[in-house]
Ligand binder design. Structure first.
Ligand SMILES: *Cc1c(COP(=O)(O)O)cnc(C)c1O
Length: 208
């Protein structure tokens, strides 16, 4: 049962923040989690995110976790709680511009490429250091960069996943202004927690 899985996983992850990944799930399934008090949900497609935002209770905190196209930023700025998937400085500029238009400051995580797979979006580790060492609060005054997000390679080689999470923590630990290290999904959240993640994104484990 969805509710039991959520209660179990929240116990297991203690102080970590749980984002329930609700992509492809129905409003009814989301409401099962909502009705036991859960409020943080993640979606990876703008269209589906907007539809669910419109149909579901307004106190849900919506997290954008998938690749975000620049021309779609304006649609989510008015209500998004946290964008996990900022994968370029160009996207950061657009988020800043649209946030200024809406007179708000948008919470963002920098997505860093830690996996070996070529297909994943994100800043290289070098680009992440360049950004974090820059005067980014001056360049993007209406963006609040709260932390980093990363996805490990989908593999059953635990040492590789551990290594990749270590690499992300290494960057995170150098910047005390950051407070969110979002790593860990259904397959690897236990490793992520050992590696000092403080926010995890879980879909399949809860709903399947
Ligand atoms: C789908 C997705 C998840 C959740 O993955 P599960 O394996 O279903 O837990 C987490 N993060 C991102 C970016 C996703 O797209």
């Amino acid at each position: 049962m969805i509710e039991e899985k959520i209660i179990q996983i929240k116990k297991e992850i203690s102080n970590n923040k749980l984002i329930i990944v609700s992509k492809y799930r129905t409003n009814e399934e989301i409401m099962l989690a909502y009705n036991i008090g859960h409020r943080d949900f993640g979606e990876n497609r703008v269209q589906e995110l907007i539809k669910k935002y419109n149909e579901l209770p307004k106190d849900i905190r919506w997290h954008m976790i998938g690749h975000l196209q620049k021309n779609k930023v304006k649609h989510i700025i008015p209500f998004i709680y946290l964008i996990h998937s900022v994968d370029s400085t160009k996207l950061l500029s657009v988020i800043n511009e649209k946030s200024i238009e809406h007179n708000k400051k948008t919470n963002c995580l920098i997505q860093v490429k830690i996996a070996k797979e070529e297909t994943k979006f994100g800043f290289t580790q070098e680009m992440a250091y360049n950004l974090l060492n820059s005067k980014y609060t001056e360049y993007y005054p209406n963006v609040n960069i709260c932390g980093l997000m990363g996805m490990a390679t989908a593999t059953n080689q635990n040492y590789q996943i551990e290594n990749e999470f270590d690499n992300l923590y290494k960057i995170y630990s150098k910047y005390p202004k950051l407070n969110t290290l979002c790593m860990g999904m259904s397959q690897d959240y236990k490793i992520a927690i050992e590696k000092k993640s403080n926010m995890i994104r879980i879909g399949t484990y809860i709903f399947a």
